[in-house]
Write a protein that binds this ligand. Structure first.
Ligand SMILES: NC(=O)c1ccc[n+]([C@@H]2O[C@H](COP(=O)([O-])OP(=O)(O)OC[C@H]3O[C@@H](n4cnc5c(N)ncnc54)[C@H](O)[C@@H]3O)[C@@H](O)[C@H]2O)c1
Ligand SMILES: CC/C=C\C[C@H](O)/C=C/C=C\C=C\C=C\[C@@H](O)[C@@H](O)C/C=C\CCC(=O)O
Length: 131
């Protein structure tokens, strides 16, 4: 098994994802006019990330150059959120905000496809340029 830097933290994030994918399939949801979605960013330049050290995550000495070298600006997350909210249908969507080399994003659909139209979401694809 590969070593993992953040096993408990990652487990909590998967819990958030599981919660969203569960509530987004509530059969009474369409009548309530509510949609559920989430943003899953790569490392963002925030106080939490800036305060990481070997006591907070495993293998920080090995990871820090990689992580700190590709931090996403917080305002990019704001832009991503606005893009998400502009989509016609977002229920069940997970918006990835990535910054490996070039910042980009994609969405994945996690629900049963009944209320989610990926063609509409992908038509809003947007390339972020942080430079
Ligand atoms: N920074 C990243 O790289 C990153 C990536 C993916 C997901 N996230 C997630 O995004 C969230 C925010 O992360 P961050 O990096 O901005 O963290 P952060 O620690 O830099 O900021 C968190 C903020 O939340 C506030 N806060 C804490 N408890 C609160 C409460 N009970 N009520 C109101 N405000 C409260 C803190 O005062 C702080 O300002 C976290 O759930 C984190 O796991 C962060
Ligand atoms: C490898 C790091 C890369 C990217 C950042 C990413 O989101 C992962 C962070 C991983 C671990 C963070 C650990 C933080 C630990 C703490 O000391 C603590 O201050 C965090 C406490 C609560 C977090 C609650 C929350 O996520 O909402």
């Amino acid at each position: 098994m590969q070593p993992h830097a953040t096993p408990v933290y990652s487990a909590t994030k998967h819990g958030v994802r599981a919660y969203m994918t569960s509530v987004c399939q509530d059969p009474t949801r369409p009548d309530q006019g509510i949609e559920y979605a989430m943003i899953a960013p790569d490392a963002v330049d925030t106080p939490m990330v800036r305060s990481l050290d070997n006591n907070r995550i495993f293998y920080w000495d090995e990871l820090k150059d990689l992580v700190l070298g590709r931090l996403i600006k917080p305002q990019t997350i704001g832009e991503a959120l606005l893009q998400l909210l502009r989509c016609d249908v977002i229920n069940g969507a997970i918006l990835h905000v990535d910054n490996q080399g070039k910042t980009f994003r994609h969405m994945e659909c996690v629900n049963d496809g009944v209320t989610f139209d990926p063609s509409k979401v992908f038509s809003t694809s947007y390339v972020f340029d942080q430079e």
